[in-house]
Each structure stands twice: as C-alpha cells, then as structure tokens.
Design a protein around this ligand. Structure first.
Ligand SMILES: [Zn+2]
Length: 264
C-alpha cells in the first residue's frame, strides 16, 4: 500500500508492507515544504522515489534509524540525488548498515546502507524553521522536529498511541517518558505522528500518554510490593501476551513494558 494524502500544507504518505496481498503494519512519512520527513519501509522505496520525482521535495530528514523510517533513503539519494539528514547518533549506524532481527526483516526487508549528514539544532528553509529536539527512549537516536511558529510537532515514533501496551526489549521507558515531558513543555498543538497520523490537541494527548504509563507503573509497583511475580503482574494488568510477542520471539512484549515500569 502506498497512499499520499494531502492535508493542507502537509502530505501524509501512508505506506504498508503487504503479506499475501494484505497490508500489514502501516507507517507514514510526511512531505512539508521542501522536506520529506522520514522515508517509509524499504519495500515502498521505488514508489516513494516516483512520487518525489519532479516534486517539491529537496531534502530528506529522518527522525531515527529504524528500518520502517529510513527505508526509502538510499533510493532517494541514489536516484534523485537528495541529501539525507539524520540524527547525529544514527549517522554511523546508517553508514554501517542496520542489523535487524529476522522477524522484522521478513516484514520490511533490510534497508541498504547510506551516508547521511548529521542534523544540527535547527533546520531552516523557505517558510519554516524547525527545532531539532533530542527525544531518546523508543530509539536512542530519536529526535522530534518542532515548528515553534505553527506549534507543530513532527514526532516520529515518540507518540504512536496513547496507550501503548508493548515495549521492545531494547527500549528505555525512563528516557521515553522524559522525552514526552520535554516535548509537552513546548506546548505543541498539532501532533504529526508516523503511525497515528495528524492529530489535534497534541499537548493533551502527550499528557494522557504519560499518565497512562505512570498509572500502570503505580499499579505494577503496588502488586510487586505485595510479593506478586512479574509474570503475574503482567498478566493481571495487560493480559496474556498476544501474537506480536510470539512473532517477535518476545522482542515486543507486555512483559518488557512491566519490567521497564518497575525499573523507572
Ligand atoms: Zn521506530
């Protein structure tokens, strides 16, 4: 699936990989002014190049190094000569090539390595000025882009959903919550998320997301203090592990979330 949808000055480009002809796991990139923010999964790279060809996009900006956001970068660089800007921490990883677990390679395929330029603290162009806000947690390299004048927050994978119930093994929840607080303090109005789309009332949503994890953490600590095991706490608060935990061999799981909540 490849579906560009204009919404005012933004175009949301919805992409999904397909399995037996059905879309699975959707992710978006955004075109804004001369920028393309994130670049979808490797499977959709050819369509993204065709869409960008002859259009206003002159630069590609990546919010973090995950394969479903950097997948179009190599082709856009090679075929259209577009410069790629990435968070400082992501540049060496992207140059070396990502090592990703098999279950994710199967969904997305592996992106080819490419050379990106490190993002500075501000990204400016005709009609926009975006602050680059380091927001580690979901990935250590993660950044958000904040348009102070419009109060828009390009949030990559920082938000995704108000009530995220899974966590990858490698993610740091403490950093993630600190990052949510950091962007909440900027008082954004529009949240431009790579999974949930373009959402009004950004600050309220970010605050509710922090609240969900904090409440869950409080309940988990209460149960732990009663001597209840982590597996039992997980089951009581989030239910049984679903298909995702099974398919990812436990990389994405409820248990990872509870473990991280008890740590923070
Ligand atoms: Zn990600």
């Amino acid at each position: 699936m490849f579906r560009p949808t204009p919404q005012g000055p933004l175009t949301r480009i919805r992409m999904a990989s397909t399995f037996l002809g059905r879309p699975v796991y959707e992710v978006s990139a955004y075109a804004f002014a001369d920028l393309l923010i994130d670049s979808g999964p490797p499977q959709r790279a050819a369509q993204l190049v065709e869409w960008c060809r002859g259009g206003p996009v002159r630069r590609v900006v990546l919010t973090h190094h995950h394969e479903d956001h950097v997948g179009g970068a190599t082709a856009l660089q090679e075929e259209l000569g577009l410069p790629i800007l990435a968070p400082v921490g992501a540049v060496p990883i992207l140059a070396e090539g990502l090592r990703i677990p098999l279950y994710r390679r199967a969904v997305w395929r592996s992106p080819r390595r490419f050379r990106a330029e490190p993002l500075g603290p501000v990204l400016e162009g005709e009609g926009y000025r975006l602050r680059v806000i380091p927001t580690p947690g979901h990935a250590f390299s993660h950044i958000c882009l904040f348009d102070e004048e419009r109060r828009w927050l390009f949030s990559g994978d920082l938000y995704v959903h108000e009530r995220v119930r899974y966590l990858r093994r490698i993610e740091s929840l403490r950093d993630h919550i600190d990052s949510l607080r950091k962007v909440l303090a900027l008082e954004p109005e529009l949240l431009i998320c790579d999974h949930a789309g373009i959402l009004e009332n950004a600050a309220g949503r970010l605050a509710r997301k922090i609240g969900w994890w904090e409440d869950l953490g409080g309940k988990a600590r209460e149960l732990r203090d009663q001597g209840i095991s982590m597996d039992e706490i997980t089951k009581r608060l989030l239910g049984r592990e679903g298909l995702l935990a099974w398919l990812s061999l436990g990389d994405f799981s409820h248990r990872n979330l509870i473990r991280e909540l008890l740590r923070s």
